[in-house]
Design a binder for this molecule. Structure first.
Ligand code: SF4
Ligand code: FES
Length: 258
């Protein structure tokens, strides 16, 4: 390829990149606002923004907060789908704001953003996560072993590791638990995320407290409350087969094999 052709290709690529960088559209973000210090009622507020469709819902929320209304309150930390702090209900479905591109959720219509359901709203998009984390703590989400500390690492075959690989991916975003109709009706239910994190240890060959965890989940608020609606699997931003994990825990309770 001649130098002139390389340069012309390069310049065409730059032109394309520049024109797409400026392909902005007007987006209406319809956000559920709630401030208990101002009113007991939540209200929907519309914000018109100039956005690139390839930007994310989190970018739109930042733009509102930084340029239009600094009182808008939401959680986010990593902005890259790792910390799990920005799960919210976007166009009626639980998603991570930082992983949701505007172009994928029909930006020509108003995009609704509201808090995840089933947990008390503290302000705007921020909910009280304590009941969610209490259920997580209740299943003892850590390795439990008996006897003396080993003098070398605890060995595990690739097959044994594979047994619980899926459930290690959980980022505790609560998208699954707060999409579950059983949890909406009765916040006492442990919920999918706690069961996923119990699964992660129940099926770990190095762990020795599977029986204890199974008994905890045999409770009236445990796995038997699950109605297999698959909402949790659909909601999980990590692609974890949440319903399958719950079924495996149910089976382990019956067979006592894990
Ligand atoms: S299982 Fe998926 S949806 Fe549920 S808390 Fe973990 S990452 Fe979030
Ligand atoms: S901000 Fe961390 S997962 Fe979205």
């Amino acid at each position: 390829m001649s130098t002139a052709t390389v340069e012309s290709n390069h310049s065409a690529a730059l032109d394309a990149a520049e024109s797409s960088a400026f392909a902005r559209i007007t987006v209406t973000m319809r956000v559920r606002r709630f401030n208990p210090e101002v009113s007991a009622e939540a209200t929907w507020v519309d914000y018109q923004l100039e956005m690139d469709p390839k930007e994310r819902v989190l970018d739109a929320l930042h733009k509102i907060k930084w340029e239009l209304d600094g009182t808008l309150t939401f959680r986010r930390s990593c902005a890259h789908g790792i910390c799990g702090s920005d799960a919210m209900r976007i166009n009626g479905r639980n998603r991570l704001a930082c992983k949701t591109l505007l172009k994928d959720i029909n930006p020509e219509k108003p995009i609704t953003v509201e808090p995840i359901k089933g947990l008390t709203v503290l302000k705007d998009l921020v909910v009280d996560m304590e009941p969610f984390f209490q259920a997580y703590r209740d299943v003892m989400p850590f390795l439990i072993t008996k006897g003396n500390e080993p003098t070398r690492e605890r060995l595990q075959s690739a097959e044994e590791r594979e047994r619980f690989d899926d459930t290690t991916k959980c980022i505790l975003c609560a998208a699954c638990t707060t999409s579950c109709p059983v949890f909406w009706n009765d916040g006492q239910y442990f919920g999918p995320a706690a069961i996923v994190n119990a699964h992660r240890f129940i099926f770990d060959s190095r762990d020795e407290a599977a029986e204890q965890r199974l008994e905890i989940l045999n409770d009236r608020d445990g796995v038997w409350r699950c109605r297999t609606t698959f909402n949790c699997t659909d909601a999980c931003p990590r692609g974890i087969e949440v319903t399958k994990a719950i079924q495996e825990v149910k089976r382990a309770l019956i067979t006592r094999r894990f």
